[in-house]
Design a protein around this ligand. Structure first.
Ligand SMILES: C[S@@+](CC[C@H](N)C(=O)[O-])C[C@H]1O[C@@H](n2cnc3c(N)ncnc32)[C@H](O)[C@@H]1O
Length: 274
């Protein structure tokens, strides 16, 4: 598996720890298996910068946003863009007839499918694992798997953008937009520019770079950036802010008017009508 895909085992390890807490925000019963020894080793290696509480809040925020978007939009197709070892297809209460697409690298999807081969989906749901390079042209692979661009879609793009150069980030967002019928919703996360050089996270950032999974993209104004890619942001929250705290963020939230701070954003957006 490529280094960048091993980061999916790292985030699965964080989900396993969260799932085993008495006050867990979600329960991912497959996370420990999917993380494997690699995931727990990376959890030690990529320590710092509050990654474990951050990953728990990000998972919970995107669980909630995806379910709410499906309910409000009536969409019955959900696409996980860089799904990694995420198991929302199994663990969330999707409406009957929901079709789920998981986009990621071929080796990762192969490893995941092998681990979950005996775990059935709830009756009435379908899941398609679609092997792609998100930094290339992947729209056709998705449509060939059965995706219908004429129908509204809920897109979840979690833990991807910092691994791509800006041109590829813009291209992914443009492709999502092109495939988004009215009513579609995109939920995801983005790091700020200062996160890429955060001295408090030097160990973590250096280890990622050494492993071949360097962080490359961040932006301080997600609303502005997403607007420039055709998306209108309906919600942007920093972890710890109301709606993205769940009483569990251990750090102060630094106001956005204070510039050049390492921080992350959770966002929800819709295709812009401008
Ligand atoms: C940090 S993991 C996030 C996985 C999952 N969304 C989560 O939060 O647990 C990053 C994921 O991005 C995927 N990824 C990175 N670059 C990619 C690319 N060019 N094409 C497809 N997937 C890519 C990796 O394979 C990996 O699964």
């Amino acid at each position: 598996m490529e280094a960048v895909s091993c980061t999916a085992q790292w985030t699965a390890a964080a989900r396993a720890l969260e799932s085993e807490r008495d006050d867990r925000l979600f329960d991912d019963p497959f996370a420990r298996t999917l993380a494997g020894d690699t995931g727990f080793a990376l959890l030690k290696r990529y320590t710092g910068a509050g990654t474990v509480p951050f990953l728990a809040l990000r998972t919970k925020y995107l669980d909630d946003q995806a379910l709410a978007a499906v309910e409000h939009s009536g969409a019955r197709q959900v696409v996980f863009v860089a799904a990694g070892m995420d198991t929302r297809a199994w663990r969330l209460p999707w409406p009957q007839d929901t079709v789920i697409y998981e986009l990621d690298r071929p080796a990762l999807l192969e490893a995941k499918n092998a681990q979950l081969v005996d775990v059935p989906l709830v009756a009435g749901r379908r899941r398609h694992a679609v092997a792609v390079d998100l930094a290339g042209d992947w729209a056709e692979s998705l449509t060939e798997a059965g995706f219908r661009p004429a129908e509204p879609t809920v897109w979840v793009m979690e833990g991807l953008l910092f691994f791509l150069p800006e041109a590829a980030v813009r291209q992914v967002l443009a492709t999502l937009l092109r495939l988004s019928a009215p009513g579609s919703v995109l939920a995801g996360d983005m790091a700020s520019r200062a996160s890429l050089t955060n001295p408090m996270a030097r160990g973590f950032l250096t280890a990622l770079r050494e492993d071949g999974a360097a962080w490359q993209f961040g932006h301080d104004e997600p609303e502005e950036f997403l607007r420039s890619c055709g998306w209108h942001t309906t919600k942007t929250l920093q972890p710890g802010e109301e709606g993205a705290s769940y009483g569990r963020w251990p750090y102060p939230v630094i106001a956005r008017k204070i510039r050049d701070i390492p921080r992350s954003f959770f966002f929800t957006a819709v295709p812009s009508t401008d």
